[in-house]
Write a protein that binds this ligand. Sequence first.
Ligand code: GAL
Length: 674
Amino acid sequence: MNNIQIFSSYTDNNKQRVKKMLGVCYYPEHWPESMWAQDAKEMRELGLRYVRIGEFAWSRIEFSDGVYSFEWLDRAIETLAAAGLEVIMCTPTATPPKWLIDKYPDILPVDINTGVTRAFGSRRHYDFSSKNFFREAMRISEVLAKRYGEHPAICGWQTDNEIACHDSTHSGSVAAKEAFREWCKSRYQTIEKLNTDWGTVFWSMEYENFEQIDLPILTLTEAQPAHQLAYRRFSSDQVLAFHNKMIEIIRQHAPNRFVTHNFIPMMDTQVDNYALAENLDFVSYDNYPLGRSDLFFANRPAEEFKPYMRTGHPDYASYDFDQSRGISKKNFWIMEQQPGPVNWAHHNPRPEKGMVRLWSWQAFAHGADCVCYFRWRQAPFAQEQMHAGVKRNDNSKGAAWAEIEQMRDELKTVAFSADAPVQAKVAIISGTTNQWVSEIERQADSYSHHETEFSYYSAIRQLGLVVDFISMDSDFSQYDLILAPCLPIVNDAFIEKCKNAKAHFVFGPRSGGKTDELSLAPNLPPGKLQALVPIQIISTETIRPDCSETLIYKGKTFESRCWREEIQINENVNISALYHDENPAIVRHGNTSYIATLTCDNFLIELFDDLANEMGITTIRLPKDMRMVHRGDMTYVFNYAGHAQTFPIENVGSFLLGQANMAPYDVAIIKLNS
Ligand code: GAL
């Protein structure tokens, strides 16, 4: 290891991280060793500094039980380090090898929709409740952490890989059932309390003891909602226990190295994301704007979808960036970013020329410190052979190469104020428990927690504002406008904080309507929120999304769609908007507004614009498909449109990159006048 240079750019003591770097995901085990040195040299030439390795290499590290092979990995790390690269090492637990599964078949999870055991042959085939897997996963993590924890070329660690991906949070196994019973005992203490909290008298579901409790899966019709919520809470806790133990082991053996995890979109983890992020140094996010947009917007009509087919929706990537920053209240990394078509969405278009650069800059603008591309070279074999790499499988340069070169050069010339925070005056309150409630009890096929949240987010972004995602427990003091698109369960501490905050609060429909055990609020929805806005929801109806009705605001007509609550107002409540039948649809009391319906983007933009201005926040109606972000003393502008557009604010500062007349898919960076 003599020729390894020490690059440790991160230490836990002074938190000195190099800002704005690029990196790549690399699989030395997929390529002949004779290629490694040239790969490493080219990575450096391309301006990459970080290389993530090892997350799927268990079978190469431990080919059979207790038979380890580290020499190849030692040499791979040395080769990368010799070229001046810093290595991010991963625990390989997302891919338990065949010998391990054969030894402990209970590792395989059970599909909750069929009751069938999921098979070996892909990845993430493990059950968070399997005690055998827990022990084995921690063992291999410790083996690696002991060997490489203080390796000078390794600057940080990634735990597992996309921990909840492929619907792997839940399992219907016997181990899960037994662990769930223990979890219930600890939460409810007595079976009487559980029966009361869940309302099991309904449909004769009462239990005599905890040993009778099964998982709420495979029931003939819908399972008891409180039972489902408990199971989701339990499953999330299982993941947290697994993840936290792994972090503890790494930290024990890898002092002064960062520990991160690569998240999938927060809406897909089925885990309490704030808790999952809590013990990490920072959050990483895997950015696949086209693949994810294809899934997220699958139901949108072609005329809405097609303009963004090769760019992603202008708010989609940043929606995930802002959540990544929000759950940890820190800057984040992009650990993977698509450099071309992926292989796993319904359809897999190529990015428009310029988008790999645009997404990279956009991540930096929203608080990323590093952007890593996935993967270095397209694999000629196995599941992802149709997934682009930075290089093609014949080792030629892929379509993104030139854009990454451009990033390398631009990062050198654009000066940054290191560590500049993203300073938002607007926040969105988001949380997994509330997501679960609206998934468990949809009440309308067309109700989507995420689409509702996304519509609020997108409206704010179209007003040129920066958004923080926060939890109900966060400090509200920096915000002037706080939006809660869907918050069915709230607690007393939250209500007190709202009362004392300076912000204007906007609650979306179904907010406050449920108790902590998913029953109706005893004083009618919006339950505890009545302390902020004295109204009662006396009935709720849902209607087909293609049967929208009118919503009247300031004499203008907008849409009320899908979800409609009937409001009974008490004294001192102002009516802000009306339904078609002149009943109140949006009401306001002091610094709280309540929106009792789902609505259209145009309405949300109009309402939020008015509220922002009232709260002293300056908004700007950006041209369609143009977005901007302030970070530190810079403003970043992105043109998602396939035509040139002009940034509408004049004399705001000097352009460090680009210009006011922006080409299609272009980026401009402006240093603000002081
Ligand atoms: C990510 C995953 C990678 C790779 C990639 C393909 O979700 O972490 O291992 O599968 O998707 O796009």
